[in-house]
Design a protein around this ligand. Structure first.
Ligand SMILES: Nc1ncnc2c1ncn2[C@@H]1O[C@H](COP(=O)(O)OP(=O)(O)OP(=O)(O)O)[C@@H](O)[C@H]1O
Length: 253
């Protein structure tokens, strides 16, 4: 079997007395996976550890077989691991094109080349019509697409998406799902933190569930949403039943 692109081995991180991430080990398969769990479970902290924004207190992080534990984010991005942020903070006065070009500059030193790459990426995320608009004028959905585009412009092999669907209405979520899927279909390994369970069910091949800093379950979306520990710690019985019906409906011919 091919080596997993990302491996975590016994990773832990505390803030003062609070153990935010406790002894997490995982191997990321190719394709699209999801990391779910209640608020404060440690999901964003785990992303920060993976991408180098934080260094773990214990454990190792391997990217493409190389030990990258504590390696700074810009070096990880250069090698192909990029994350997005829950709170999107574009350069408001700059155009969408210029904002995306910031990501493209990682590999394109020339301004012209970076701007051309920005246009190509904008088409992939449905922002082509808004290239000349100041980023500050984008809607929430537009900002989420811009965050995705800035990350894609760095040409990632692994993309860590932190709640790209948060704050979107159901129609905007439905429009974003094919965009995220197409990124994975183009060969980028994607790990998404997501609370929108409908999206997790639609998109993810594999799901990890974090609660109080620990992995409590892992498997297909169908498996984890039937898991009693996940229902107790996160989903609740009502949501679990609704998701089970959805899974049955989707499996029907
Ligand atoms: N820099 C920090 N300093 C102190 N405590 C922190 C810091 N970052 C996170 N924490 C704490 O660590 C725990 C995990 O937080 P984290 O943001 O990783 O959870 P999460 O699963 O991403 O939550 P959410 O779904 O609400 O985004 C929380 O109790 C949080 O308050």
């Amino acid at each position: 079997m091919a080596e997993p692109l990302l491996q975590l081995q016994g990773v832990s991180k505390s803030f003062g007395g609070l153990a935010a991430v406790r002894d997490v080990s995982l191997e990321l398969p190719p394709g699209l996976s999801a990391l779910i769990g209640p608020n404060g479970a440690g999901k964003t902290t785990l992303f920060a550890l993976m991408s180098g924004f934080l260094a773990p207190d214990a454990g190792r992080i391997l990217f493409a077989g190389e030990d990258v534990t504590g390696r700074p984010p810009h070096l990880n991005a250069r090698r192909g691991m990029t994350r997005t942020f829950q709170i999107v903070q574009p350069f408001a006065a700059q155009t969408v094109r210029e904002n995306i070009a910031v990501g493209a500059h990682l590999h394109c030193p020339g301004r012209g080349e970076a701007l051309a790459q920005a246009e190509e990426v904008a088409r992939r995320v449905g922002l082509a019509a808004l290239l000349d608009q100041p980023a500050g004028e984008l809607t929430v959905a537009g900002r989420k697409r811009l965050e995705l585009a800035r990350a894609l412009a760095t040409r990632p092999r692994l993309l860590l998406l932190d709640e790209v669907l948060a704050g979107l209405n159901p129609q905007e979520v439905a429009e974003m799902l094919p965009v995220v899927r197409s990124i994975a279909d183009q060969g980028v390994t994607v790990l998404m933190i997501e609370h929108v369970m409908q999206a997790v069910m639609h998109l993810a091949g594999h799901v990890w569930v974090l609660a109080q800093g620990q992995l409590i379950a892992s498997g297909t979306p169908g498996e984890v949403t039937r898991d009693e520990r996940v229902i107790e710690a996160y989903l609740g019985h009502g949501t679990a039943q609704r998701l089970a019906k959805m899974a049955v409906a989707e499996a029907a011919p």
